[in-house]
Design a protein around this ligand. Structure first.
Ligand code: GDP
Length: 350
């Protein structure tokens, strides 16, 4: 009857309140990284970046690069649990008249969110006219080949033990790695992974990164990945700033949950950020008091997208951010999150 309902609502309200409390406690105990730890990690990354700049200028003065810079969640206050990774962006300069970008949906692969970079005017500017022709495969600039050039340099030519001993770090290239990664041990028990990320800034503001398609197949080898990270992170932050919202806190909680639960490890920051952006279009209340409710909304939204097998990118709805998950992964993620809906606290017991 009526009073049963009232009872249920009370219990539910109490559960909600306690989930809210648990989320904030989890946030301060597990998710947030002490400022000092972040500072030391940033320092180590910067030291490496400076060394590499010096090395590349000296060793390869002809290589057309803009200045390398560090980026990623460590620099946006979005890293969680441990300060253990950063990206070293390596912007490559392409001659405008020699290279053009072709959106993935206009190719036989039909892959929105990915691009091909085609060599133009080969008859007037033969092979060798562009420095990056050495990374051309079948008429296209191959991100795989670009990564191999850097890999040879970074893993083969640079004397990391010597540089490491000067900086007082232990530095070694991680082999094998799908991208190119340096492991920097900067204290006995602290490690930082720095990913090399070659980057193309195309004419129309499109930025492309040399990060291989997760389901490595030969036909994907020439695909450059469009990066939306800067824009999507800025949009989430701007929304929070407008209404004092808890979207970034919610993102960090979800990232930590995924980092700490092996069953959820394949969900990326970008997938979580985009789910939050799409949710923000439907859901108005992002006050700090609504954190637990919005955390549940986020789980529910993820389950929905996984059931559909599609997560549209908020900045380019044609791109499906789940396209690199296998059907089995989609099922397993969906199942884990679906179970978590009835017991969200289980996600915090790690
Ligand atoms: P986190 O690694 O989960 O903390 O999330 P980040 O927000 O730092 O995202 C890093 C991931 O995004 C890496 O896997 C990168 O390869 C990828 N990524 C895509 N575009 C960019 C970009 O423009 N900058 C950086 N730093 N990473 C990018």
């Amino acid at each position: 009857g009526r009073s049963d309902h009232g009872q249920m609502d009370m219990t539910r309200a109490r559960m909600r309140l306690s989930l809210q409390e648990h989320l904030w406690a989890f946030f301060s105990e597990r998710v947030a990284i002490p400022a000092e730890e972040q500072a030391v990690a940033r320092r180590a990354a910067l030291d490496i970046c400076s060394e590499l700049r010096v090395f590349l200028h000296a060793k390869l003065p002809d290589m057309p690069l803009r200045e390398m810079y560090l980026s990623g969640s460590l620099y946006d206050d979005l890293q969680v649990v441990t300060a253990d990774h950063a990206q070293l962006m390596v912007p490559m300069i392409l001659e405008k008249n020699l290279w053009s970008s072709v959106p993935g949906e206009d190719t036989i692969m039909n892959m929105p969110g990915f691009w091909l970079v085609r060599r133009e005017n080969l008859e007037y500017f033969p092979r060798g006219s562009s420095y990056w022709d050495r990374c051309m495969v079948g008429g296209y600039l191959s991100p795989k080949s670009v990564l191999e050039v850097f890999e040879k340099l970074v893993a083969g030519t640079i004397n990391w033990p010597a540089i490491g001993s000067v900086l007082d770090y232990v530095i070694r290239p991680v082999v094998p790695s799908e991208t190119l990664t340096l492991e920097v041990q900067y204290e006995t028990d602290r490690r930082l992974y720095v990913d090399f990320l070659p980057l193309l800034m195309m004419e129309d503001g499109v930025s492309l990164i040399a990060k291989p398609h997760r389901l490595a197949a030969d036909r994907h080898e020439n695909l450059w990945r469009q990066s939306f990270r800067v824009a999507e992170t800025a949009r989430l932050r701007a929304l929070d700033q407008e209404d004092g919202g808890c979207r970034c806190a919610c993102l960090k909680l979800a990232k930590a949950v995924c980092k700490l639960n092996p069953a959820l490890g394949s969900l990326s920051a970008s997938q979580l950020t985009n789910t939050l952006l799409l949710l923000s279009e439907r859901e108005g209340d992002w006050t700090q008091e609504a954190l637990a409710d919005r955390f549940i909304s986020l789980l529910r939204a993820l389950v929905g997208h996984l059931e559909a097998g599609v997560l549209p990118c908020a900045l380019n709805p044609k791109a499906n951010l789940f396209c690199e998950l296998t059907p089995l992964e989609v099922d397993e993620l969906g199942y884990t999150l679906y179970c978590a809906l009835s017991d969200p606290e289980s996600l915090l017991r790690t």
